[in-house]
Design a protein around this ligand. Structure first.
Ligand code: T1G
Length: 709
C-alpha cells in the first residue's frame, strides 16, 4: 500500500508528498505519516529545508469529514501543525491544487507558502457548521488581519491564488502549472538567503487593535444570517481572542469551541448532507454515460424553457420544440429574458449570456429532434399526450438517443411502452422552476438500460444539478412523501387547524414554507388535476377535500390572488382569509368532522412522522435506494431544514423508537390505513438502529457482493 506521505531529499530539500486519494484529506494515517516525516527530515543532517506538496488535483482538501463522527484520534491535526511550525528548519508549502480547511491550516503552519495561479484556497468549515479547528482562527488573522479573516471564515468561500498573494497568505506565485519545480527554486532561494523559520504563532495580528464594536456587529450579523449555527459566533469569539490572548490560550479556546460545533445536531446534519449530495459510486462494472451535446426539449412551456435555460447555460445545444408557434415564441422569449437578467445581475457575463441564447434553436416540428443525443419531454401532464409524443419520437430519433420524460407523477414504464425501445427511456423529473432548482429525480424504469440512467445522471451533473436515482412508482420519492405530508395537512384543516397555524408550526420547525403557502405558490389546480389522473385515488371523502373545494371555488392560489390565503395586488405575502375558514367549516360539517384546537407539536408530528414513515416504506420497496437520497431530495426539492439533515436523518436524531411510538399513537387515533408503521421502521427501532446505519450496511453489503446498493 502506498504511504500517504512520501519523502525524498533533493539537493538538501526534503520533499514531502501527501498522496491520499481522492482529495488528500488529513485522515489519521496521513497525520501520522506527516508527523513522522517532519520529525525525520528535521533530524536529517543532509536536509536544510522541507517542502510539502500534494499529489493530484488537491494540495489538501481538509480534514477527513468522515472522522468527525467520533472523538478525534491522536495525533490531532492541531498538534501535528504545532510540531511542524516548531520545526527548526524552514518549511515551505507548495500549493499544487485545491487547498481547503485543514489544508489551508497546514499551509499556514508552514513558514512560507507558494502556489500556482489556478490554486483556490479557503476555510469552508462554516458550511459544515464547524469552525477552523486547527489554528486557522489564530494564524489567518495574523496574516490578513481580523476583519478579512472574519470575511473568509464566516463566508467560507474560497479565493484564488492571486488574491491570496495580495493578502499575504501566499509569499510567491509560481509561474506555469508545475508547482514543484518553481517551489523548489523558491526553497533554494530561501536556503541561500539563510532565512529563519517564520512562525505565525509568534506574530501579532497586524493593524490597529479592532474596536470591540466591530466584533459585536459581526457576531450579530452572523446570528442573523446563519441562525441555528454555533460556529459563526464562535469564529468571531476566536478571532477576537487572537488579538487579546496569547496564541496558546486562544488556540485552546478554538479547540473547545470546535468540539462543541462538531457534536451539534446542526453540524452533524450538514456533514450528513455533504455526503448525501455527492454522487455515490455505483455498482461494478460502472455503466458509461453516453456523450450528450445536442438536446431536444419537447414542450416550450415554463418547465421546457427552464430546462432549456439550464442546458444552454451548461454548454449544451438545445432545440426547443412545440407545435404551437406562440408557445415557441414565448419559450424563446423566456430563455432570453432570464439569461439577460442573469447577466445584468452579474451571475454571468453578457458574452456568456449571448452565447447561451445562441445555443437555442426552435421548431414546431418533432422531426427537429432527429439529430439529438438526448430528448427531454416536458409536455402537458397527461399520459395520453406523453404516449403519443414518445411513439412519434421512437420513429424519429437516432437509435442511440436517450429519451427522457419530465413527468412528475406518471408511470415511466407506461410511457416507455409507447416505444419500441423502452431501454432507452428514463425519467428526468425536474423541479420547478427548472432553471433554479438543483434537484432532478432520475427515474429508472423497469427496462431503462444502466447506461441510459447513467447518461441522464451525468447530464444533471453537467447542468450543475443534483441528480438522485429513484425507482418508478406514483410520485417517485419526493412527491409520494409529499402526499403523505399533505394528507395530514389537509385532514388537520378539516379538524380545526387553520392554514396559518399549520404553516406557522412547520415554519417554526424549519420548513422553508408551510404546505398551504406552497400549494398557493405552485397553484392548487395542478394537484387537483393530478389527483384526477390517479387510478388509485383513495376513496376517503376527506382526502384533499379542502384543496379540491378551494379549486372548485376558483381559488387556485397566488395566480388568482386567492387560495388557502388571499394576496394583495403585487404581493406574495399570504394573508389569512375568513372566507377560507368558512369554506373549511362548511366542508367539515358536510363530512361530519368534529373540529378541535391543535398544538404546534401535534401539527409538526403529524406531518413529519407521516413523511418519515412514507420514506421508510419507499426504502423497503426499493423505490428509494438510500435514506441519504431521501434527505438530499427533501432538502433540495421541498425546503426541509438543512440543519436537521433531512427527514430520515432527523428521525435518527430524535430516535426511531420515538418516531415509531408517534406513528403507533396516530394509528390508534386515525386508523392503520394511513398510519400502519413501516416494517423497516419497526425493525430498526426494535434493534436500536437508525437509517444512516441501515444505509451503511446496505452499501457495505453491495460493495461486498458487487451488486447495486
Ligand atoms: N473529507 C472526506 N472526503 C472528502 C472530503 C473531505 N474533506 N472532501 C471531498 N471528499 C470526497 C467526496 O466525498 C468524494 O468521495 C470525493 O472526495 C470527491 O469529492 C480541520 C475541521 C475538494 C472541492 O469542506 O469541497 O478541514 O464520492 O465529489 O466536486 O479545521 O470535495 O468519490 O467517494 O466533492 O471535485 C473542510 C470539502 C473539512 C472541503 C472537490 N474541507 N470538499 O470537489 O469532488 S473540515 C471541506 C469539497 C476541516 C479543519 C476543518 C470538494 C472538493 P467519493 P467531490 P469535487
Amino acid at each position: 500500500m502506498n504511504l500517504p506521505v512520501r519523502c525524498r531529499v533533493d539537493d538538501g530539500i526534503a520533499i514531502l508528498t501527501i498522496e491520499s486519494p481522492p482529495v488528500n484529506a488529513l485522515a489519521h494515517p496521513v497525520r501520522q505519516a506527516l508527523l513522522a516525516a517532519v520529525v525525520a527530515a528535521e533530524a536529517d543532517g543532509a536536509v536544510r529545508a522541507l517542502l510539502i506538496h500534494g499529489a493530484g488535483r488537491c494540495f489538501v482538501a481538509g480534514a477527513d469529514i468522515h472522522e468527525f463522527e467520533a472523538a478525534p484520534r491522536e495525533p490531532l491535526l492541531n498538534d501535528v501543525l504545532l510540531r511542524l511550525e516548531a520545526c527548526t528548519k524552514p518549511v515551505i508549502a507548495a500549493l499544487n491544487g485545491t487547498t481547503l480547511g485543514g489544508g489551508l491550516e497546514l499551509a499556514l503552519a508552514c513558514h512560507y507558502r507558494c502556489a500556482t495561479a489556478e490554486v483556490t484556497l479557503g476555510l469552508p468549515e462554516i458550511k459544515l457548521g464547524l469552525l477552523p479547528g486547527s489554528g486557522g482562527t489564530q494564524r489567518l488573522p495574523r496574516v490578513v488581519g481580523a476583519s478579512v479573516a472574519l470575511d473568509l471564515m464566516l463566508g467560507g468561500t474560497p479565493i484564488g491564488a492571486a488574491r491570496a498573494h495580495e493578502l499575504g497568505i501566499l509569499d510567491r506565485l509560481i509561474g506555469g502549472s508545475d508547482v514543484l519545480e518553481g517551489a523548489l527554486a523558491y526553497a533554494r532561494e530561501l536556503v541561500q538567503a539563510r532565512v529563519p523559520p517564520r512562525r505565525l504563532c509568534a506574530a501579532s495580528v497586524p493593524g490597529p487593535k479592532p474596536d470591540p464594536a466591530m466584533f459585536a456587529e459581526r457576531r450579530a450579523r452572523a446570528a442573523r444570517e446563519q441562525p441555528g449555527l454555533l460556529a459563526p459566533g464562535y469564529i468571531v469569539d476566536c478571532v477576537e481572542a487572537a488579538g487579546e490572548q496569547p496564541f496558546a490560550a486562544a488556540l485552546a479556546l478554538s479547540r473547545r469551541r470546535f468540539e462543541e460545533c462538531r457534536v451539534s445536531v446542526a453540524s452533524r446534519s450538514l456533514r450528513h448532507l455533504f455526503f448525501a449530495e455527492r454522487p455515490r459510486a455505483g455498482p461494478l462494472p460502472r455503466p458509461t454515460a453516453r456523450r450528450v451535446q445536442r438536446v431536444a426539449v419537447i414542450g416550450a412551456g415554463t418547465m421546457g424553457a427552464g430546462i432549456a435555460i439550464s442546458l444552454v447555460t451548461s454548454g449544451h445545444e438545445v432545440v426547443l420544440i412545440d407545435p404551437q408557434p406562440a408557445a415557441v415564441a414565448a419559450g424563446l422569449k423566456r430563455v432570453a429574458t432570464i439569461l439577460e437578467s442573469a447577466a445584468a445581475k452579474g451571475r454571468m457575463s453578457a458574452a456568456e449570456a449571448a452565447a447561451a441564447i445562441g445555443r437555442v434553436t426552435s421548431s414546431a416540428e418533432l422531426a427537429a429532434a432527429a439529430p439529438a443525443d438526448l430528448v427531454i419531454e416536458a409536455v402537458f401532464e397527461s399520459m395520453a399526450v406523453k404516449r403519443e409524443v414518445f411513439g412519434a419520437l421512437d420513429r424519429i430519433c437516432r437509435a442511440d438517443a436517450v429519451l427522457a420524460t419530465n413527468t412528475s407523477t406518471l408511470d415511466v414504464d407506461e410511457i416507455a411502452a409507447a416505444t419500441s425501445r423502452p431501454a432507452a427511456v428514463v425519467g428526468m423529473h425536474f423541479f420547478s422552476p427548472a432553471n433554479v432548482m438543483r434537484l432532478v429525480e432520475v427515474v429508472r424504469g423497469a427496462a431503462s438500460a444502466p447506461d441510459v440512467v447513467a447518461t441522464a445522471l451525468a447530464t444533471t451533473r453537467h447542468m450543475g444539478k443534483l441528480g438522485v436515482v429513484v425507482g418508478n412508482g406514483f410520485g417517485f420519492v419526493g412527491n409520494r412523501m409529499l402526499y403523505a405530508y399533505g394528507r395530514e395537512n389537509q385532514l388537520m384543516l378539516l379538524e380545526g387547524a387553520s392554514p396559518a397555524q399549520i404553516d406557522g408550526a412547520l415554519r417554526q420547525f424549519g420548513m422553508a414554507m408551510g404546505p398551504n403557502a406552497v400549494g398557493d405558490l405552485a397553484g392548487l389546480d395542478i394537484g387537483y388535476r393530478v389527483r384526477r389522473e390517479r387510478k388509485d385515488r383513495p376513496s376517503d371523502p376527506r382526502y384533499y377535500r379542502v384543496a379540491d373545494a378551494l379549486v372548485e371555488a376558483g381559488r387556485l392560489g397566488q395566480k388568482t390572488a386567492r387560495g388557502a390565503y388571499r394576496y394583495e395586488a403585487g404581493s406574495r405575502d399570504p394573508i389569512p382569509d375568513p372566507d377560507v375558514d368558512a369554506l373549511i367549516e362548511r366542508e367539515a360539517a358536510s363530512l361530519g368532522v368534529i373540529r378541535r384546537s391543535f398544538t404546534g407539536e401535534e401539527i409538526v408530528n403529524r406531518c413529519i412522522f407521516a413523511l418519515i414513515n412514507e420514506g421508510a416504506r419507499l426504502l423497503e420497496e426499493g423505490v428509494a435506494l438510500a435514506a441519504a437520497d431521501i434527505d438530499a431530495i427533501w432538502c433540495n426539492g421541498y425546503g426541509f431544514p438543512r440543519l436537521r439533515g433531512g427527514p430520515m436523518f432527523h428521525a435518527d436524531t430524535i430516535g426511531l423508537a420515538a418516531v415509531l411510538a408517534g406513528v403507533e399513537h396516530f394509528a390508534g387515533l386515525y386508523g392503520a390505513k394511513d398510519w400502519a408503521a413501516s416494517p423497516l421502521l419497526r425493525t430498526l427501532a426494535g434493534n436500536g438502529q437508525g437509517f444512516v446505519e441501515w444505509d451503511r450496511a446496505r452499501t457495505a453489503g453491495a460493495r461486498a457482493s458487487g451488486g447495486s446498493p
